[in-house]
Design a protein around this ligand. Structure first.
Ligand code: ADP
Ligand code: MG
Length: 679
């Protein structure tokens, strides 16, 4: 029988049914899984000299045993083993509790190495274990273990698997590439990850692991990207430049440089035959809608249809209004189709869509799912892209006619995240605000100053302006000890109810209830809207000039920034008040940062550094791949290097023909067949 590292774990001697089960639970099913089950940290077992260690420090002491070990028993099961050792002329007393069997390893006059906890006052070492004197390494691997399997067992099994399988570990990255990026062979890398001789060896191994993780992931991204680019079944949208120019001339403002650049990027994609798969990022208010509009118009002038999708009906409705306004002087048929569209109206719209009479259909995600048939759909635009998972993105791309796809998002995504989460897409960024936009004055107050704040709130309302109040409950976690949105609603009702109308909006309301409330707020029938984060995206009520956010420290910086983008949409000076009692210094620092910074990208970069990637997308829909060792923030420079290498390789002919790349090709599922489709 030939050995393969894909053999199931149960084949390893010493792994019975129970252990196999325990290993499976840790995600270890094959020998390969076991060999790449890397330690998450190492205990430093370099021997230290007594004058450099601190009281209570865990250390390794090296010396000569000057007594035999003596075991004394106290109680039925408890015992103590003691002996003395000479550590560079300091006599140290060593004690082990309940490990009497260690006695035979202690021999007068012999060198000995003990790992333990140092009691500097009594010059005693409370022993944890005796290290074998011939142990090559001064680093001990520590593994994630479970109740069912101890980490020392995991280590022993890894040693065993290594012994048996070390000669059948296949290489994944070919020689030249490995040399170019200073990578160890896969075999050497695995060895050093578990059994490094010193910290330098370990660092080299870690680099090799991290590079491979990023490289293989980025290779997949580059492969998808290439496929989309080369797709022969993509559509060409041969638009009329003259009509587009007329459209831009008809707008009451000139596009910013950033908008112009992005319009050009998008139009170029429309024109070429390959499929567009582009992410458009732009801070709240940066003017993404007009970019979408120009693409829709471009498609129309080429006789093609488009679809614009928003995450909620409110936003879809708003897009309809904006487009109607922008297209006022243009002959283009835009229709809205949502869950609340009446049956008769719906049938009419669908019929007109099939004949090509409608140029652009706006709606929620349901648009492309419910058997809505277009005549010549060539462009799909989605707003607030981060609410789509990776698979939904894939579905969109593969939709029937291979339409060009543009995802828009107001979540500023730091580069390190975007090339990971959206590595398979092209990215356009609107990094400039329209002229004259006033920053939103942001203040942070402690809850004890709530009463003083209400004075300011009343003044703002008396000017005829409207206000958002944000409570973080319900959509977040109900377990958290947060003020309930309804309680908050009653609080404001009590303070303001005599003079103003207070409304309530939260995720547990039905779509039509939400819709109705939002509509009332829009026409100023409600002046104060107490809401959870359901209003986070896109809503546009220019008369709202103040936002008050409760428990603000519970939000990510990027999310706070998105929220406050609901105000400052009109001519008036706008404000955001953050109420928070953050615990640590870090929390206070975060509140400080958001009051001082109005650059969404800078904020999300800080967020990423301070709280990790989960907070930028929201944990559930992060869409981020999980790496075993690599960290996209800390190892960013390796990520960039691996990405470049992947992009280069995917364009190299050798990658598709040479045997040495077969392992990498297999990991992408590239067979000769699907490569043929491209050529
Ligand atoms: P977002 O990127 O948040 O979707 P919008 O497209 O809704 O932003 O634009 C926000 C506001 O800015 C709209 O009222 C829009 O008319 C206006 N706007 C867009 N581009 C410009 C520009 N170049 N100059 C001035 N105002 C602009
Ligand atoms: Mg928008």
């Amino acid at each position: 029988m030939t050995l393969s590292i894909e053999d199931p774990i149960a084949g390893l001697s010493g792994v019975g049914e129970k252990r196999a089960e325990a290993l499976n639970e840790l995600g270890i099913n094959t020998i390969s899984d076991l060999l790449t089950y890397f330690p998450f940290r190492f205990e430093d077992l370099t021997a230290k000299s007594i004058d450099e260690i601190e009281d209570n420090e865990k250390v390794v002491l090296e010396g000569v045993a000057i007594s035999e070990g003596t075991v004394s028993y106290f109680g039925r099961k408890r015992n103590r083993l003691t002996f003395r050792m000479n550590c560079d002329h300091v006599i140290v007393s060593v004690t082990f509790f309940n490990q009497p069997y260690l006695k035979k390893q202690i021999e007068t006059g012999k060198e000995i190495k003990v790992f333990g906890k140092w009691d500097g006052i009594r010059k005693q070492l409370s022993g944890i274990k005796i290290l074998s004197s011939d142990s090559a390494s001064d680093q001990e691997a520590i593994y994630h273990s479970s109740k069912k399997i101890r980490q020392s067992t995991i280590f022993k099994l890894i040693e065993k698997a290594w012994d048996q399988y070390k000669d059948v570990i296949p290489e994944d990255v070919p020689d030249p590439l490995r040399r170019k990026h200073n990578l160890l062979t896969r075999k050497e890398m695995i060895y050093r990850m578990h059994f490094p001789a010193d910290s330098r060896e370990l660092e080299e191994a870690r680099y090799s692991v991290i590079f491979r993780e990023f490289f293989i992931y980025q290779l997949r991204m580059a492969w998808i990207k290439r496929q989309t680019k080369l797709a022969q079944n993509g559509l060409t949208i041969d638009y009329d430049v003259r009509q587009l120019k007329m459209f831009f001339d008809s707008l009451p403002y000139e596009l910013t440089q950033a908008q112009k650049r992005v319009v050009n990027e998008v139009c170029k994609d429309l024109k070429i035959k390959g499929q567009m798969f582009r992410l458009l990022q732009g801070d709240v208010g940066s003017g993404k809608t007009v970019v979408a509009a120009s693409a829709i118009l471009a498609a129309k002038t080429a006789g093609k249809q488009s679809a614009l999708m928003a995450p909620t009906e409110i936003l879809a409705t708003q897009h309809k209004q904006s487009l109607d306004e922008m297209f006022d002087k243009t002959e283009i048929n835009v229709e809205l189709l949502t869950g609340s569209t009446r049956r008769k109206e719906r049938d009419k719209i669908l019929a007109r869509l099939r004949t090509g009479d409608i140029d652009c259909l706006i709606g929620t995600h349901a648009l492309i799912q419910e058997g809505v048939v277009f005549d010549s759909l060539a462009l799909v635009i989605t707003d607030e892209q981060h609410r789509f998972g990776v698979d939904q993105r894939k579905n969109l791309r593969e939709k029937g006619l291979n339409p060009d796809v543009l995802f828009m998002t107001a979540t500023p995504i730091p580069r390190t995240l975007s090339i990971t989460a959206y590595g398979e897409m092209d990215v356009s960024v609107i990094d400039e605000m329209p002229l004259g936009r006033k920053p939103i004055s942001t203040y942070w107050i402690r809850p004890k100053h709530f009463d003083r704040m209400t004075g300011f709130l009343k003044k703002e309302l008396e000017k005829g302006h409207q206000v958002y109040i944000i409570s973080p409950l319900i959509e977040e976690s109900e377990m958290m000890d947060l003020e309930d949105v309804t309680a908050l609603y009653h609080t404001y009702q009590e303070i303001l109810g005599d003079s103003f109308t207070v409304g309530l909006l939260h995720g547990k309301m039905s779509a039509s209830e939400k819709e109705a409330t939002m509509e009332e707020f829009q026409r100023n029938a409600i002046q104060v809207l107490v809401s959870t984060t359901v209003i986070e995206v896109g809503v546009n009520v220019p008369n709202a000039t103040l936002m008050i956010i409760h428990d603000a420290d519970r939000f990510g910086l990027a999310q706070l920034h998105q929220l406050r983008g609901r105000v400052g949409r009109g001519e008036q000076e706008s404000y955001c008040i953050l109420i928070a009692d953050p615990k640590g210094e870090k929390g206070a620092e975060r509140m400080q940062i958001i009051t001082e910074t109005s650059d969404g990208f800078a904020l999300s970069q800080r967020d990423l550094e301070m709280r990790g990637p989960g907070n930028i997308f929201g944990k559930k829909q992060s869409g981020l791949p999980e790496f075993k060792v690599a960290d996209i923030v800390e190892d960013f420079s390796i990520l960039e290097e691996a990405r470049m290498a992947a992009q280069q390789l995917i364009q190299t002919e050798a990658f598709y023909n040479k045997e040495e790349y077969s392992s990498l090709r297999n990991s992408l599922g590239i067979t000769k067949e699907n490569e043929m489709i491209l050529d």
